[in-house]
Design a protein around this ligand. Structure first.
Ligand code: AMP
Length: 545
């Protein structure tokens, strides 16, 4: 027998402290670039744990963060789970009602908030039922206009750390099944759904991420997650990077393409990760100005399908591109697109085509592609089915949510993505069962939008579908059927004005087209696939015209 040693992420932090005290962490904050070592990082992380303990955080407490990719956020990434509490990385792009919901639903007691994001908190503060402490992450003084309220105190992160004892010891009796984190995933309609991660899940996911055939995270890397730390924990990179003692570069608030290019060049980044929208912006920047990307050994791209032209453009510039796939429910990485030994002699064009596929299942997981009749699709590049997964870092339910039953069945997680497999085991996502639009890496509920449009007095029916968009990958298009008496008398502007204020601006459809009828399936449901196929290129055609 072997030891029954728990798989907890405390060992990641201790390893970084012990072996890589000089390893560097570079963080872009609102006041500039700040850099420190893993030794400093460890000291501050345990001071943070001590400070949080002083605020009453203990085993099982949930601590929320509303923050960009910066060093204090990284401190919370380890301080919170390693003290036995749960890290809830709140997605700051959520609409206000969803923001309040996820914080209340998770039951966060403490919120760690970047100073420039305080207006988001101010908007929902009266609705927060469980938050007792708001800790402001700022380089300066506490803002004068954000003060304590009934049952809610406000603290300065730096003041708390300065006052905290330096000798805090992380408990070494955590269980691998203890909660380490929780993230919320957008639902097709209605409120987001929570996914809880155990220490064990983070541990095994980090190992899988670091395998040579996945992202090969190593000590020799300089890793820059552009994917937000509030979106599935920056794809788990902060955990793996700390474990390996890699140099980390955190690009801070709202990094633009020029900033990202400068950071890649000046910090000699080897692995950077983001959604296609990010890399499209960076490519445009590279077209205008020369930046040295020779340090990059893989530009990781996921969250949405990158167009083959994007992959090709980077590869032709000598920047290796790596396509990955996954989701909140899977911590998130399940597939990585590396070229296998068998395919190493492909021509560049054949290679780009493979790289545009979502790739091969990472070791440790199991997958089936399930057709509508319940049987498995053949690996012929043609037969399609839903991607269904199971494995040690895949969720088995949504946190306290009745919607779990529809998604987690018979020990499998039904992803809502439709794919085919080629003969070499490379998966390609071809459609989505879940009815949503993914714009720049963030979800928009088409169902919520169309329900709102159908409440317009002049509208009979409406369907919202995803259209291809050069910058955002997808944008919503509203297909509207006017009531007969209003045919020709309702305008696109009227619809958009009607939606304004009910949804965040970035949710509003880019265009509204008027059609005679929404096509229906044999059982009378909206056949949105037909509309999607018909209008997929609508925005490009429209923009060119
Ligand atoms: P999220 O939980 O927000 O990370 O979204 C996960 C979903 O994004 C997946 O179920 C897919 O629908 C989509 N997705 C993620 N990565 C890719 C990819 N590489 N290609 C196509 N779709 C993707």
């Amino acid at each position: 027998m072997t030891m029954r040693h728990p798989l907890t992420i405390r060992t990641m932090l201790e390893r970084a402290r012990l072996y890589f005290p000089d390893g560097e962490i570079v963080s872009r904050t609102s006041s500039g670039i700040m850099r420190y070592t893993y030794k400093d990082y460890y000291e501050r992380t345990r001071r943070l744990a001590a400070a949080l303990a002083g605020l009453g955080v203990t085993h099982g407490t949930r601590v929320g963060t509303l923050a960009w990719n910066q060093h204090r956020h990284l401190e919370a990434y380890f301080a919170v789970p390693c003290m036995g509490a749960t890290l809830h990385t709140v997605n700051l792009r959520l609409p206000a009602d969803h923001l309040a919901y996820v914080i209340n639903h998770a039951g966060d007691n403490v919120l760690l908030v970047d100073e420039d994001l305080l207006p988001l908190v101010a908007r929902v503060r009266d609705e927060l039922e469980t938050v007792k402490h708001i800790v402001v992450m700022t380089d300066g003084d506490l803002p004068a206009d954000f003060t304590a309220a009934d049952h809610q105190s406000v603290h300065s992160y730096e003041a708390l750390l300065a006052a905290a004892p330096a000798d805090y010891r992380f408990p070494d009796d955590l269980d691998e099944w203890d909660e380490a984190g929780i993230c919320y995933s957008s639902a097709t309609t209605g409120l987001p759904k929570g996914v809880v991660y155990t220490h064990r899940a983070f541990y095994l996911h980090s190992m899988a991420l670091s395998l040579a055939d996945t992202a090969a995270v190593s000590n020799r890397d300089t890793i820059m997650p552009v994917v937000p730390m509030f979106h599935v924990n920056a794809w788990g990179l902060p955990f793996a990077a700390t474990w390996m003692g890699a140099k980390q570069v955190l690009p801070g608030p709202r990094p633009d393409p020029a900033t990202l290019c400068r950071l890649i060049e000046s910090e000699q980044v080897t692995l950077a990760a983001g959604v296609p929208t990010i890399w499209m912006g960076v490519l445009r920047e590279l077209g205008q100005k020369t930046h040295d990307f020779s340090s990059i050994t893989r530009l990781v791209c996921g969250g949405s399908a990158p167009p083959q032209a994007l992959i090709e453009a980077f590869e032709r510039r000598g920047v290796p591109f790596m396509h990955a796939y996954g989701m909140t429910e899977a911590a998130p990485v399940t597939h990585a697109c590396q070229i296998t030994r068998k395919l190493k002699d492909l021509s560049p064009e054949q290679k780009y085509a493979r790289q545009a596929r979502q790739g091969i299942l990472v070791p440790g997981l199991e997958m089936r592609i399930v057709k509508e009749d319940g049987t498995e699709a053949a690996w012929d590049g043609k037969e399609m089915g839903e991607v269904v997964l199971r494995g040690p870092w895949i969720a088995d339910e949504y946190y306290q949510d009745q919607r779990s039953q529809a998604t987690f069945r018979d020990g499998w997680y039904y992803t809502g993505d439709v794919a085919n497999m080629d003969a070499d085991g490379y998966m390609q996502i071809v459609d989505r069962v879940k009815d949503m639009v993914k714009s720049g890496g963030e979800w928009i509920s088409s169902v919520d939008l169309e329900n709102a449009i159908m409440a317009h007095p002049k509208v009979a029916e409406a369907a919202v579908v995803a259209c291809h968009h050069a910058k955002w990958s997808e944008r919503p298009l509203a297909c509207v059927v006017a009531k007969p008496e209003h045919k020709g008398a309702v305008t696109a502007d009227e619809i958009r004005t009607f939606l304004k204020g009910r949804f965040a601006d970035w949710w509003l459809p880019d265009d509204v087209v008027f059609i005679d009828e929404v096509p229906k399936t044999s059982v009378g449901k909206f056949d949105k696939k037909l509309l999607r196929d018909r209008f997929w290129n609508h925005l490009e055609v429209h923009q060119e015209a």
